[in-house]
Design a protein around this ligand. Sequence first.
Ligand SMILES: [Zn+2]
Length: 267
Amino acid sequence: MTKIKIFSVVLIIVVIAAGSLYAWRQRSKRPISESVNKQTAEHQMPAQNSAEYFVQLADTVELPNLTPVTDPPFITNDQAADEHIQALAEKRGYRLQPLPNSDLIDLEAVRVQEPVVKPWQELKLAAQKEAGISLVIISGYRSVETQRVIFLNQLDLQAREEINRPFTNDEIAKGQADSVIDKILSEYSIPGYSGHHTGYSLDIEDTSSGKPFDEFEDTAGFAWISKNDYQNARRFGFIPGYPIGASNLGPDAEPWEFIWVGKDNLR
Ligand SMILES: [Zn+2]
């Protein structure tokens, strides 16, 4: 071989080696999160939309001190009317909730399941220390009976606005009150279907914002708790109960509601 030929061969080998090295380096530079996300999408529940993931987790997670309910409790006490209302609620995504089977604990002004207490106190302290935000619980456990009173009051109120009298059970059963009932369901659960029955759901308010709980979305408290896919909630085992961006929730999104599911149940 001539010197030129040897030189050419060496040059080609060097070019190929450099090219391979460059390609390999580019590949390994790809962020780890990309491959992790891909894995998550393949092996876990909804994945792409974390709002849907939170909803599915809340529906499937098994929490302590709860007994499942098989028959929905009465609403009006007229079977046909109740079944019609329950069907409307279930169509919106409301699910029959399990009920506490042990004593609840007093926390701030409400009652909750015992496992909620410490994580809530830690979350509250972190919000105060890290962001100067004061969070309080304004609603925790709610009984089936209380939810029935709330729902029936709304039904009475909205019917009077619409037709100047309450609906009869027959009208409800025949679907003649559907638009009014559906409007109520966008905000209020029927008895047996509220997340608050479990003692694991909390409605929270940012008292440092001066805004009422239903404007929680516009507060520094919400910005803090929801950033990075609700990282500051998840840190303490909480997830959003009715998150913005999820479908078929039951009510419309409720940015102020959080459910304790425990850190072990979170991915
Ligand atoms: Zn709530």
